[in-house]
Design a protein around this ligand. Sequence first.
Ligand code: FAD
Ligand code: MLT
Ligand code: ZN
Length: 477
Amino acid sequence: MMPAGARSPLQQLIVQFGSSVIVTDPAQLAAVNVDHRKLYEGKALALALPRNTREVSTILAFCNAMCIGVVPQGGNTSYCGGTVPDASGTQLVLSLRRMNAIRSVRPINDSIEVEAGCILADVQRVAAEMDRIFPLSLGAEGSCQIGGNLSTNAGGVNVVRYGMARDLALGLEVVLADGRVLSTLNALRKDNTGYDLKNLFIGAEGTLGVITAANLKLFAAPRSVAAAFVALPTPAAAVALLALLRDRCSNLVSSFELIPKVALELVLHHLPGSRAPLNSPSPWYVLCEITSTMSGEPLAERLEAALSFALESELVTDATLSQSEREREDFWFLRENIPEAQRRDGPSVKHDVSLPLDRLAEFIELAGSWVQTHVPEGFLVCYGHVGDGNLHFNINQSAPAASLLAREGEIRRAIHDRVHEFGGSFSAEHGIGRQKVEELERYAPPLELEIMRAIKRTLDPNGIMNPGKVLRVQSNL
Ligand code: FAD
Ligand code: MLT
Ligand code: ZN
């Protein structure tokens, strides 16, 4: 019991920071209490909107001393409930949305230092102004934040060429659970001074500390680009086409996305203005892109020659190259809007899995026929970043529908067990969050879990950082 007249921890926070930094307005809390798919809902104690690293540090030191859980939230585009507080009303949601400054751009060093609340698309734009690119690219780029991208080790459509968020980070500034600030914010390509600590926080989903800033890699902007929308009979043909393109177009392949007929149909149906790129339907498509930083490169000719060979070899059945930037954007509109079309169509059970490329086609066949037999109320929408072996193996049910989501746990287990048998991963790019904690316990080797828990205990002994996400651990909350 709190002594009469004593201030509650929340009141103390408000007194210290003011009500513009510690927000209790119900409308603002309602927005952060729920994930974007409205699958997870909690109740925050308050929303913290710090303006700088010092304020993040003071807030965390206070929460650590008081054993208050802290839930970092970026753009809130997580698919696994990683950003949502529990229902207790005792956890503080901490958003860096005010910390969105570009601290410096260093073109000669090909690096950019940004605060973690920067929106990904803004960082891409600043890079473009310097005739560079920041190559991380994903459907949520208009709202997700760099802190969220790094905390989930996000992937997206350019991984095949540039790697995941982890590969794009040179250094980080992180506020630890006890408020101390760890800075590895150098802009160096080579730095072998002991353990690479920044990589502990990348992909940690806010369970080890709050990322407040990052030094990111920039790359020369592509000056030549060619994109093609390709029809093929099977996923096996897509995997073979990837090998062919790598062979014929050397290391120019920057995107290679698999799209099933049903996904294209969903987009055409739900997104006004979308148009099928090819005349006749095909069971599968690939959207691929090759790029070069040299201007005037004959990439369209090169891609066309490779695709003609694939046509003659009966690997592909049809293909069209974009004839303009507008047409290239139209291809990407179709791809990027698959999640939105799925959402508009009805509920879905999502699996974000990766497979060794040489087993990917076999997996789709086997797991696909399992879905057909065992989930008659749903239909498979299997698409994704096949260049990285990453499938979004989603099952949809046209609305109105209740039964599919009621079976979510059972379906997920069956799919993930198969992924595991195939030597794959049940979490390729979206993370663990709250949704896949049990999966991690089921599939991760015990030694890995033991080491993860030991790291968590060391960096966050009271267990205040994003409680209940990624790992189940003892806490003092
Ligand atoms: P949030 O969702 O806000 O947070 C994600 C996790 O990071 C949470 O656990 C949160 O606690 C933690 N976190 C956030 N900020 C910080 C911080 N500063 N410090 C510490 N922890 C923090 N993902 C992909 O990888 N590839 C895709 O192609 C892709 N496409 C998508 C398309 C759509 C339409 C949508 C809605 C999502 C997509 N995603 C994709 C998932 C999502 O956008 C990414 O995971 C993204 O990186 C999350 O960023 P965010 O800022 O929204 O983070
Ligand atoms: C994508 O690649 O479109 C996303 O990661 C998957 C999704 O939004 O379901
Ligand atoms: Zn994806």
